[in-house]
Design a protein around this ligand. Structure first.
Ligand code: PLP
Length: 400
């Protein structure tokens, strides 16, 4: 029996009907933010980066947890993500880090969402469509060496500042840049970017109120780069920004995301029997095989064939090809149908970390929770109890 079906008013209607789900521990999010807060001077604000549905964790729940823990602003990648948060009741300032279309400035102004501007021509286009009487808050993005978005020349920056000052509909409230190598041990390129950014700030006639450069790695490692706020993403979710700096983090971080399933069938195969598409796996002897309802359409990618999962606190390998909705594991013996499977997280004394899955996928930990698709319901816990869940297949957040 799925314990999640007995969680009082949250889930009494049975809000998901497949035994595969992700759990997000909101206490971990809060404690990660609070621990990082202790490193920062009081006047430095925390901008919680909740783009990409809060790195796959769920935008509104993470936003609220971060705000409870002291974040004063949220950052997203696109205007749609900011609107999603406003529609779910968020009232704190929201900054769109990425490019927004100039023709959408009235939408941003109506919802009090701050946009990023990184080239002068955009200001002209925005000025042509922004309705009289509207106010649009803007942060200027400087490209100090990331080579992605941002103004690079001092002349263009000065001219942008003058153009914005000239039009009462624009409010220049911030300026920022993004580091390319803050998570690497070698600090040379980081220092170069910081120096370039400082030079760019120096050409402004008026410094905007909110100046920010640091992502998680810089916030954890470079107090000299704090300015007025830091942008916390990966560390808030309890993950190290890179394998390189993981051993030297100044605070403990706790992973908030875990992934779970249950065995739907357990069967004994004879020596020589095959498993899954292509019949690539062959039982070397009589073997117990378990099937679980998670596959590549859930973001549990085919490359995870061979990855271990936890059943009864023991590591067991995924065998045969991972299918779209299911995959199989080799069991040490017969176990009951319905047995809990932990794919990411702790079970008894064993743990499978997001970093372990990232290593198997030959990628970075950022990608892992982002990959777990919206088909997998997110269950939110506080004080060890379920407080909310989200199953986008059937409906949105419930309760909000
Ligand atoms: C512009 C910008 N700022 C901040 C962040 C947060 O970075 P991190 O998750 O490493 O803290 C990101 C993430 O990609 C970003 O693109």
């Amino acid at each position: 029996m799925n314990g999640l079906r007995k969680c009082g008013n949250v889930d009494e209607k049975g809000l998901f009907y497949r035994d595969t789900w992700a759990e997000v521990d909101l206490d971990s999010i809060e404690s990660n933010v609070r621990r990082i807060r202790t490193l920062l001077p009081e006047k430095v604000d925390i901008i919680a980066v909740v783009k990409a549905n809060a790195y796959g964790h769920g935008d509104i729940k993470i936003a609220n947890a971060a705000i409870r823990a002291g974040a004063t602003m949220l950052a997203v990648a696109f205007l749609d993500e900011g609107l999603s948060l406003r529609r779910k009741g968020v009232s704190v300032p929201i900054l769109v880090l990425g490019a927004s279309r100039a023709e959408d400035v009235n939408v941003a102004a109506n919802e009090n969402i701050t946009l990023t501007v990184f080239q002068e021509s955009w200001i002209e286009q925005a000025a042509a469509v922004l309705l009289p009487g509207k106010e649009l808050s803007l942060h200027i993005k400087v490209d100090s060496g990331m080579g992605r978005l941002g103004v690079r020349s001092e002349e263009e920056l000065q001219s942008m500042e003058a153009r914005l000052k000239d039009d009462p509909r624009f409010r220049l409230t911030g300026m920022f840049t993004h580091f390319a190598t803050a998570d690497e041990l070698d600090g040379h390129y980081f220092q170069k970017q910081q120096a370039r950014f400082e030079k760019m700030i120096s050409v402004l006639t008026t410094k905007p109120a909110c100046i920010h450069t640091s992502n998680s790695a810089a916030a954890l490692r470079y107090p000299g780069a704090y300015f007025s706020a830091v942008r916390l993403g990966i560390a808030m979710y309890g993950l190290a920004p890179s394998f390189e700096i993981k051993p030297s983090l100044p605070v403990e971080l706790t992973e908030a995301f875990s992934l779970h399933s249950r065995l739907t069938q357990v069967k004994k195969l004879q020596k020589g029997d095959k498993v899954s598409y292509g019949a690539t796996y062959e039982a070397a002897s009589d073997e117990w095989i378990g099937t679980m309802p998670i596959g590549y359409a859930d973001g549990w990618l085919r490359r995870l064939q061979g990855q271990e999962v936890l059943i009864n606190g023991i590591r067991v390998p995924i065998v045969g090809r991972i299918c779209m909705d299911q995959c199989m594991v080799r069991l040490p013996g017969e176990v009951p149908v319905g047995s809990a499977v932990t794919l990411i997280g702790k079970q008894q004394e064993e743990r499978i970390s997001i970093d372990e899955i990232a290593a198997k996928l030959e990628t970075i930990n950022y990608e892992v929770p982002c990959l777990i698709s919206s088909r997998v319901p997110r269950v939110y816990k506080k004080d060890g109890k379920i407080v909310a869940l989200n199953n986008p297949i059937l409906k949105g957040d419930c309760p909000s």
